[in-house]
Design a protein around this ligand. Structure first.
Ligand code: NAG
Ligand code: NAG
Ligand code: NAG
Ligand code: NAG
Length: 306
């Protein structure tokens, strides 16, 4: 097994910015392990493939054909690890589609450790998430059971044995209920989330951060400010994911396509803004290129001040 853990400190000389993050590279078939000494995991990008000929080549004894322009962006690692302090995934079980058959590949995840909060609510309980003046951004959520101890008091062993219980719809349900709100009450109930394991006592785990969000229509400029603190970008998209935002005065043909995402938005915004106390980002095709020609787009940025 080969683990390379690098702390990535990239100095972008031209803009005088300091961008920091953790990076983990794991060869295909090994265990991908992400961890945070303090804070919670927030994946920035996960790539599966091969972009150089030395990583995971076992000192050059790489027998399989080498294609070094092979890279598939995947979301499964973010889905499983976001919001946790540590996360171990057996990459053999990830079921990732093969982006370049015949080449021995590796997983490359870049992530941040961010200050977040974790709430655990036992079945039938309620909890209120509260962000004061900023707004809730859900990192991850699961209704189910992943250990035998949490919320086990008073229950027989048979009801707490299954520790591989995940309700697939939890994150989207909690996110649509709470994202962008200052306060939000969530309930751990099978009436809200599909019951993923009948006969097991479940609980709801929600991890979240208190963040700020800006939405900027195309051709305008986003302004991010953190007073005396530093910007950290949590997520960003240049495109269109609903038909109402930035729709005023626009013909239907420019706002009806709502599956428009520019995957490099986070990287581009982070490079311009992270580490600064304020920054401006024009919402234009010049900066991001055009992910959906003919659609009127907007730039959404979620950030925190650290
Ligand atoms: C790896 O790439 C370098 C530079 O592109 C090249 O010089 C070297 O011969 C390559 N090694 C192998 C084993 O293909
Ligand atoms: C990962 O999963 C594969 C396939 O089930 C298994 O053969 C291998 O032993 C597992 N590796 C670890 C470290 O658990
Ligand atoms: C490498 O893989 C990519 C992605 O599948 C493919 O587009 C490209 O043609 C491959 N290159 C070589 C030299 O096989
Ligand atoms: C891993 O991904 C990062 C971010 O995309 C990239 O800068 C780096 O070169 C990649 N490393 C390898 C070994 O592919």
């Amino acid at each position: 097994m080969l683990f390379l853990k690098l702390t990535l400190l990239t100095f972008i000389a031209s803009q005088g910015l300091f961008v920091s993050g953790e990076n983990m590279i794991t060869c295909e078939g090994d265990v991908h392990r992400l961890s945070c000494d303090t804070g919670l995991i927030k994946v920035k990008s996960s790539l599966y493939g091969r972009t150089d000929n030395h990583t995971c080549s076992f000192n050059g004894f790489l027998s399989e054909a080498v294609n070094t322009s092979c890279s598939l962006r995947i979301s499964t690692i973010a889905d499983r690890c976001n919001g946790l302090r540590e996360c171990e995934l057996n990459t053999s079980l990830l079921d990732t589609p093969d982006p370049c058959y015949g080449t021995y590949k590796y997983y490359n995840t870049t992530y941040d450790c961010i200050n977040g909060r974790v709430t655990v609510i036992c079945e039938r309980g309620y909890s209120t998430l509260d962000c004061g003046d900023s707004s809730i951004q859900i990192l991850n959520a699961n209704y189910g059971r992943t250990d035998s101890v949490t919320c086990s008091n008073g229950h027989s062993d048979s009801l707490t044995q299954n520790t591989n219980c995940y309700a697939q719809n939890t994150l989207s349900a909690v996110a649509s209920l709470c994202n962008g709100q200052k306060r939000c009450t969530v309930e751990a109930s099978y009436t809200i989330f599909t019951d993923p394991c009948t006969g097991t006592v479940k609980y709801l785990t929600v991890s979240y951060i208190c963040s700020r969000k800006t939405v900027t229509c195309e051709q305008n400029t986003a302004v991010l400010t953190c007073d005396a603190h530093h910007l950290k970008i949590i997520s960003a998209n240049y495109g269109r994911t609903d038909s109402t935002t930035c729709s005023s005065g626009r013909p239907a043909s420019q706002i009806s396509y709502t599956n428009c995402n520019m995957p490099d938005t986070l990287t581009i915004v982070a490079a311009r803004c992270e580490g600064q106390s304020s920054c401006e980002v024009p919402a234009t095709n010049n900066i991001f290129s055009d992910p959906c020609y003919g659609t009127y787009k907007y730039l959404t940025i979620v950030y925190v001040c650290v």
